[in-house]
Design a protein around this ligand. Structure first.
Ligand code: CA2
Length: 157
């Protein structure tokens, strides 16, 4: 079974493509998920792509990330700027994290310039729309290749 990259999406991202296209574009979350699965397969990873409007559900998914989850890509949406609890869960799970935002949060209201997740993230991608997820997958794959899974069987005799 291929190793898994968990991609988490926070509140209201289920509305993508249907509301506020001038801010968030025309692509739906299902379309982004399909592109991520294809890119993940090409990179040799299974993609577990999820969205929730509930902080506790996101935290439970992080806490129960299976041992085959090697890395986490997250667009925590509004919780990015508010949730110490989500950041604590990401820190505790001990997997590399890459933070993604569709919009350039630094060109928007000042409350979006603060992220509780950035200090624990290996990197942050913002402002590139749905393609940010694909770029995050490429970066995660490189990160994981640079630090192989300690639990993996060695093929060297
Ligand atoms: O740019 C991003 O990806 C954000 O994470 C999106 C969040 C926002 O609170 C962050 O500051 C930046 C908002 C997600 C709401 O998504 C919608 C999509 C379509 C219509 C309405 C909301």
């Amino acid at each position: 079974m291929p190793a898994t990259i968990l991609i988490l999406n926070g509140p209201n991202l289920n509305l993508l493509g249907r509301r506020e296209p001038t801010v968030y574009g025309h692509e739906t979350l299902d379309e982004i998920a399909a592109a991520c699965r294809a890119r993940g397969e090409a990179l040799g990873y299974a993609i577990d792509f999820r969205q929730s409007n509930h902080e506790g559900e996101l935290i439970e998914w992080i806490q129960t990330a299976h041992t085959d989850v090697r890395g986490i890509i997250i667009n925590a949406a509004g919780y990015t700027h508010t949730s110490v609890a989500l950041a604590d869960a990401l820190r505790a799970v001990g997997r590399p994290v890459i933070e993604v935002h569709l919009s350039n949060v630094f060109a928007r209201e000042s409350f979006r310039h603060t992220s509780y997740i950035s200090p624990i993230a290996a990197g942050v991608i913002a402002g590139l729309g749905g393609q940010g997820y694909g770029l995050a997958l490429e970066a995660m794959s490189r990160l994981l290749n640079a630090s192989p899974d300690p639990g993996a069987q060695s093929t060297t005799p």
